[in-house]
Design a protein around this ligand. Structure first.
Ligand code: FRU
Length: 501
């Protein structure tokens, strides 16, 4: 342990590398009961660079084992984000029928090579025939280049499209704010399908990154399948800096058409955001998880201040994997997110305490009889005549430190306030409060909080609204309290698990 090390911020429920810098999750997949996660990794330092694919495995999506670097950067090629697919029928010919290959699609970023203009980006493949442990570069790389070669063409996201009996790849030209779609039947040769570039949407300096296109039944109806286009945008996100938004629409095998878009120039809150906190980016989908809800994972960070995060000897971690579904919310289709079953099982096994309902009045400030720096908390706040009510987590004994999650019943807004959460001064761009509209049907707001040593994840109203925020409290800030302003409210259905002891 060195003086600058911060073990009190080491996440217990989220993957973080033992040392050094990590950003985007890459090519997560499930094979033979093991979840594999790759990630943008700098094996040599605490800031972005030498971009390689780090690797980790898990059987429960919560406890991760870091593996050796899977795809290292080379002197003339950095390895940017991408996807892994299982080529079950060996259509690529890179494995065999008996041993179907895994194909990792990623972006090659070229430097110091006569073969490509400096800094250009193209899509490449490495493949594995040993279940994802070792990877070899395909000899025909790159498999997809733009003409003229581009410095912003990246983040291949590949999936099987049964209706067309082909694979589809979504990529971006980041600074053009466009998603480009391609198809292939052998995973090696790709032909252009279409561009998705909603008009009136451009923002100065905004990048589009990490596209993800997936089909989802609306309200569980298999006869009403919609397509969701997820895009990470940086900056101009709803909580400032980088964030993840999505579009709901149709995909006919060639073109993605959004159902309805807010008028050009609309307020950003009219768009659909996957997370209303500041620290969710570059969401990727686990491949090969079978039927059922898609499983996604993100990078818990924000490009606004990622390089200044005060953790050591690592910098960068993932968000909790979530299952997503599409439901009609306030009259329009929207993504709903929940932690995966494996997470719930782990919580249940740790022992859950149920608490009796409590009515609190303004000025009451109830310190809960449990404490911990890693907690899973469910509660439902029922309005009496309170204006606001909520919960403070990662609080200090003297009450000066804490992260507050509060609901305003009049304005119908949920706010996560980390202004007093601990170390907030490491970057002037570390935003202090995040606020989002949310209805409270029947005057009740439900919250599910996943509290880790350096983060607070909020799932409100059964995952209708998600807020993910990093926090850096002093060691020992393990108090939880409830508060009410301007009237009374009842805190019900409170269930707590103390985790990661
Ligand atoms: C997103 C991103 C990707 C790129 C990677 C590089 O955070 O900028 O577009 O592939 O990070 O590390």
């Amino acid at each position: 342990l060195r003086a600058q090390d911060t073990p009190h911020w080491r996440p217990a429920l989220h993957f973080s590398p033992a040392r050094h810098w990590a950003n985007d999750p890459n090519g997560p997949f499930l094979l033979n009961g093991v979840y594999h996660l790759f990630f943008q990794y700098n094996p040599h330092g605490m800031v972005w660079g030498h971009t390689s694919w780090g690797h980790a495995t898990s059987t429960d999506l919560v406890h991760w084992t870091e593996e050796p670097v899977a795809i290292p950067a080379r002197p003339d090629e950095d390895i940017f984000s991408g996807t892994v697919v299982l080529d079950r029928d060996n259509r690529s010919g890179l494995g065999s029928k008996a041993a179907p290959p895994l194909l990792a699609f990623y972006t090659s970023v070229y430097s110091n090579t006569p073969a490509h203009p400096e800094g250009t980006q193209a899509q490449s493949i490495s493949y594995s025939v040993d279940g994802g442990h070792t990877w070899r570069a395909h000899e025909g790389n790159p498999v997809l280049t733009l003409q003229p070669e581009s410095r912003q063409f990246r983040d291949p996201s590949v999936f099987w499209y049964p209706d067309g009996q082909c694979w589809v790849m979504a990529t971006v030209v980041g600074d053009a704010q466009v998603v480009k779609l391609y198809r292939s039947t052998d995973l090696l040769h790709w032909s252009f399908l279409s561009d998705f570039q909603p008009s009136g949407y451009r923002k100065p300096g905004m990048l589009w990154e990490m596209p993800l296109l997936l089909p989802l039944p609306l309200d569980g109806n298999p006869h009403d399948v919609k397509w969701v286009m997820i895009v990470s945008v940086n900056p101009w996100s709803i909580a400032g800096g980088s964030g993840v938004e999505y579009f709901v629409g149709r995909f006919d095998g060639t073109i993605f058409t959004p159902d309805a878009l807010p008028a050009p120039g609309s307020d950003p809150s009219r768009y659909l955001w996957l997370d209303h906190g500041a620290d969710q980016y570059a969401m990727a989908r686990f491949a090969n998880t079978g039927d059922g809800n898609p499983l996604l994972i993100g990078w818990m960070n924000n490009w606004d201040y990622a390089s200044d995060i005060p953790t050591s000897p690592w910098r960068g971690q993932m968000t909790l994997p979530v299952e997503v579904a599409l439901k009609t919310i306030e009259g329009r289709p929207a993504l709903v997110q929940a932690p995966p079953r494996a997470y719930d099982d782990m919580v249940r096994k740790s022992g859950v305490h149920a608490y009796p309902d409590r009515m609190l009045k303004a000025g009451d400030h109830l310190l809960q009889p449990f404490g911990g720096d890693v907690l899973d908390i469910h509660l439902a706040i029922r309005r009496g005549d309170a204006r606001r009510a909520g919960i403070v987590v990662r609080g200090s004994a003297d009450g000066t430190i804490g992260t507050s999650i509060g609901y305003d019943f009049i304005d119908q807004t949920l706010t996560l306030d980390r202004a007093h959460s601990g170390n907030v001064g490491f970057s002037p761009r570390f935003s202090l409060a995040h606020i989002a509209h949310l209805a409270a049907p029947g005057g009740t707001l439900s919250l599910h909080l996943v509290i880790d040593r350096d983060s607070v994840e909020v799932f409100a109203n059964d995952g209708v609204l998600r807020m993910t925020d990093l926090v850096f409290p002093p060691a020992g800030s393990d108090r939880v309290s409830l508060f009410v302003e301007g009237g009374s409210a009842t805190f019900g259905a409170m269930r707590v698990a103390v985790l990661g002891k």
